[in-house]
Write a protein that binds this ligand. Sequence first.
Ligand SMILES: C[S@@+](CC[C@H](N)C(=O)[O-])C[C@H]1O[C@@H](n2cnc3c(N)ncnc32)[C@H](O)[C@@H]1O
Length: 234
Amino acid sequence: MRRLELSPRLAAIAEQVPQGARLADVGTDHAYLPAWLLLAGRISGAVATDVREGPLQRGRETARLYKVEDRMVFRCCDGLAAVEPQEADTVVIAGMGGELMARIVERAPWTRGCTLLLQPMSAQEVLRQWLVTHGYCIQRETLVREGEKFYGILTATGGESPAYTLAELWAGRQRRGEVSPHRLAYLEEQIRRRERALAGMAQGKTPPQGEMETERKRLEELRQMREEWSQWQQ
Ligand SMILES: C[S@@+](CC[C@H](N)C(=O)[O-])C[C@H]1O[C@@H](n2cnc3c(N)ncnc32)[C@H](O)[C@@H]1O
């Protein structure tokens, strides 16, 4: 049997799962993450959910292969709909869109008492905005790089949050003293993307003035963030 190894993205999530956590893994698919955590002795059990039977079946196969099926339960449901609050204190939702994640968390308000580890594939700004205006506080942002692609992991708990600027919603709040080997390259990439988006808008027949104004403001804030980050590193 091949040793179960996690991709850098999943490994960075696993690293943040507290020892002894009761884990819910939403959208588990292959169930590599809970299986790995069980093998590592980090968690004693896990509830793994998926909205589709096919992926859930893959997850069951992983659990059987690595002989952890006695400590995992699989439930076919939308988000956390079939998970009881007492079953989890740590909730992972990885590999889906930020809007869908916000909807899943919204339908499970008991997650305010949990550690949430969220790794959105898109619409990060929508997810951050939803969290900080609905009783969650983002405690930490982790950036992972796989090849050319960056993945952001948001660690959130229930609690009051400061308001976020446009750029913070877009690229995450940065904190002095933080160590992140990818932050500068990530900010550069976001700035390039927003510059291209703004140029694209300006070329249209009727440039959307309001949207462009917001984009300019975000871009300016992103550039300030880059300056601030560079200064902190000196
Ligand atoms: C790209 S896979 C991610 C697998 C794994 N979490 C990871 O990050 O590697 C996304 C999975 O989420 C599942 N999914 C999508 N919408 C869902 C929902 N509303 N509730 C539960 N699972 C969902 C899909 O069926 C799919 O198996």
